[in-house]
Design a protein around this ligand. Structure first.
Ligand code: HEM
Length: 411
């Protein structure tokens, strides 16, 4: 019988992250609409400041923790030590989000920030410590994955520590530094999986090492930039991050560089569906990553328009991180839910909606940056709802393509 190696520890992380992403994105969608002259009740407007907390501290942190708890022990082929501690880290992060939500909504003038920061830092600290402990066994193959993941977890801790000091929390570089943590976790996982998914080949090691050196430099400059607020450092932060992403993309063959004609000839049905889905999603996602980092670079070179700021964040947050999660989530769900996924039932509607949402956002942002307030049509403010529709259609598609393992095995 087809046996699935369950990862029950990851389940609450992934499920909560998905729910929080819907709430956070709905808040973001209303926030965007408010820039287009639509009047929003004051009570709803007071939730706008929660968008950042829900998306970064909630959605991104919890989903990466869930993925980490599942994937790192698998990469080592050893079980997760101390699963109870993993549960505690979940409750600490969740508590910090709920506490932030209730205090900022019901007691906006109170200052409980230290309690939430301490809870969140302890939660992510437990997570990072458990992951480092598990990664102590040196892998025989593809060690570079560990470097990406180690830098990623270190950045997560660094960003949470910086939050405690209230330095430059709304600067673009600080937000980008925050996003570098999931970006590098994605690089780590893709380095291990993509080349073999694409053509049963190994990634290009030297380029991956250059990518690692560039992202360490970028992370260090980013931290210095947030602490000192020097705009020149923001320029170098983005330049090194762009270099790191470019070397990485070439090292794992995102845009080709290998002969896959044989693979395409040999595979069909379910496998072909998954193969084509992988190529499409990674190419689109990396396109958004390059665009987002280029905009970050331009913003720091003094092109300080709202459109540049907003798209530098959301091309990476929705375009790169969101679309990559859409690709990897179906692969991760079977061990979490105990059900398998049929890729033949997949379609490109969610991807088309996300890309359309971001395209409408580009037009809306340019209008906001170029014209005086309320001079433009509300229709360009609905980008968030198009992205939300994409997220909904993705969840429905996943739900429809889930099959019981037993029936699958008996086929
Ligand atoms: C439907 C999806 C989303 C919509 C409609 C949306 C909308 C918005 C809007 C209107 C703003 C304020 C303008 C600005 O500062 O750019 C904003 C800010 C922001 N968003 Fe989003 N967003 C979405 C998804 C995300 C995601 C997935 C993330 C992170 C993973 C994210 C992270 C942020 C951050 C960090 C800020 C800056 C907040 C600040 O500095 O106070 N957003 N978003």
């Amino acid at each position: 019988m087809h046996v699935i190696n369950y990862s029950p520890v990851s389940k609450p992380f992934v499920m909560t992250a998905v729910i929080i992403s819907f709430i956070g994105s709905s808040i973001g969608a209303l926030w965007m609409l408010s820039f287009f002259g639509v009047s929003i009740p004051v009570e709803v407007m007071s939730t706008f400041k929660l968008h950042r907390i829900f998306q970064l501290d909630g959605f991104v942190t919890l989903i990466i923790m869930g993925i980490g708890y599942m994937i790192i022990p698998r990469m080592r082929n050893e079980p997760l030590q101390f699963p109870k501690l993993a549960q505690i880290s979940y409750f600490l992060v969740l508590f910090s989000i709920l506490f932030d939500f209730s205090t900022q909504t019901f007691f906006p003038n109170s200052d409980y920030a230290k309690i939430t920061l301490a809870a969140r830092l302890t939660g992510v600290g437990i997570f990072a410590a458990m992951m480092f402990l598990r990664m102590k066994t040196v892998p025989k193959l593809l060690k570079e994955t560990d470097y990406f993941i180690t830098i990623s977890f270190s950045l997560l801790i660094a960003c949470n520590v910086i939050s405690a000091f209230e330095i430059n929390r709304h600067s673009l570089v600080y937000t980008q530094l925050w996003l570098l943590f999931p970006i590098l976790m994605i690089f780590g996982i893709e380095y291990k999986t993509l080349p073999s998914f694409l053509a049963f080949i190994r990634p290009k090691r030297k380029l991956a090492m250059i990518s690692i050196a560039l992202c360490v430099t970028s992370g260090a400059i980013g931290l210095a930039s947030v602490i000192t607020s020097l705009p020149e450092l923001g320029v170098f932060f983005n330049l090194f991050a762009l270099g790191s992403a470019a070397c990485f993309a070439v090292s794992v063959f995102i845009y080709g560089g290998f002969d896959n004609s044989e693979v395409l000839r040999l595979i069909s049905g379910e496998k072909k569906s998954r193969y084509l889905l992988t190529i499409l999603h990674t190419r689109v996602a990396f396109g958004f990553l390059f665009a987002g980092l280029t905009l970050g670079l331009l913003y720091n070179l003094n092109l300080q328009y709202f459109a540049v700021f907003d798209l530098a964040i959301h091309f990476i947050a929705i375009g790169f991180i969101g679309i990559t999660i859409m690709l990897y989530l179906p692969l991760m769900l079977p061990p979490i839910t105990g059900k398998s996924i049929r890729f033949l039932d997949f379609n490109t509607v969610p991807l088309i909606l996300i890309v359309s949402g971001l395209s409408v956002r580009v037009i809306g942002d340019i209008l906001i940056s170029a014209l005086p307030s309320n001079q433009f049509s509300t229709i360009f403010g609905i980008s968030g709802f198009i992205v939300l529709a994409g997220m909904f259609s993705f969840v429905i598609m996943i739900h429809k393509s889930m099959k019981e393992i037993d029936s699958e095995a008996s086929l």
